[in-house]
Design a protein around this ligand. Structure first.
Ligand code: HEC
Length: 126
């Protein structure tokens, strides 16, 4: 009785699969797809620290310095897009700065418009 007779073949098959998968990943350059909107871009670069709940240092630090109501970037209405762009490019205390090679201007624009204060629509002239 030898139930393990096929094990080396399984191992070889797994190795071949791993190599093929690696080659496919290399061919794609490991580049994840570009985010298509502000929420997707926020989720990719900011949510790790600014999502809700414990374990998100951005949210927790903002709760300490700004209070509960201003701790979550996604629900704030007071942040100017220009201020958000500045913080992202320059960093602030525990928050790192991001270069355009990491977050492009276009993606930063998506994020700033997503969490930033929306312009007040002009009143209609009578
Ligand atoms: C590694 C964690 C981390 C990441 C990733 C991160 N932040 Fe932060 N962020 C922080 C921390 C911590 C603070 C609080 C800084 C302080 O102590 O002043 C902060 C503060 C901010 C502030 C200032 C808010 C205020 O009330 O003044 C803005 C705006 C901000 N982050 C935007 C972003 C955006 C947009 C992204 C994604 C592009 C991002 N952050 C990614 C950790 C992070």
């Amino acid at each position: 009785m030898n139930r393990n007779v096929s094990t080396p073949f399984k191992g070889a098959a797994l190795a071949v699969t791993a190599v093929l998968f690696g080659a496919a990943a290399l061919a794609q350059g490991f580049a994840p797809a570009e985010p298509s909107n502000g929420k997707a871009a926020f989720d990719r670069w900011c949510a790790e620290c600014h999502a809700a709940g414990i374990g998100h240092p951005g949210t927790q630090q903002l709760e300490r310095i700004r209070g509960d109501k201003l701790s979550l970037l996604e629900t704030r209405k007071d942040l100017e897009p220009a201020y958000i762009r500045y913080i992202v490019r320059h960093g602030q205390n525990a928050m790192p700065a991001y270069r355009p090679s990491e977050i492009s201007d276009a993606n930063l624009e998506l994020i700033a418009n997503y969490i930033g204060r929306k312009p007040v629509p002009a009143k209609k002239q009578r």
